[in-house]
Write a protein that binds this ligand. Sequence first.
Ligand code: ZN
Length: 162
Amino acid sequence: MKRKEYLDWKTYFMTVAKASAMRSKDPSTQVGAVVVNRLQQIVSTGYNGFPRGISDDDFPWEREGDFVNTKYPYVAHAELNAVVASRTDLTGCELYVTLFPCNECAKILIQAGISKIYFMDNKYDNEPNVIASKRMLDAAQISYELLPDLKIEILINDIKMD
Ligand SMILES: [Zn+2]
């Protein structure tokens, strides 16, 4: 008899997105993203962080203060990193991301040809950047779906290697 507790696809991809988020050095927000093609294959992953060559130790992680001394002008979002990291056409691919995409990422996802977005959290739902993001995604007919809280934390200790 086959196992019954195996991961369904959505849980699997969001688990990988969560694991990707754990790579982030950002002290306040860790976001992970996974791009998946029509064959349910992972095309790329990403997490939020400074661009390649920009020091995690020398650049600011602050959220308050002078704009140029905050993280905001420097951090590349998980979705941007996942799209840029892919080496294939993303038309029709789906995105799994731990936090609803901001307006800047929405533009990137639309232009890359992403057809659907699954997200785990939308804590900035009423902020202008998310309102603008949804307005663009709706106009571009890209659907998005909240995945219910997934039982991820128990899974890593659940595999057997007998
Ligand atoms: Zn973004």
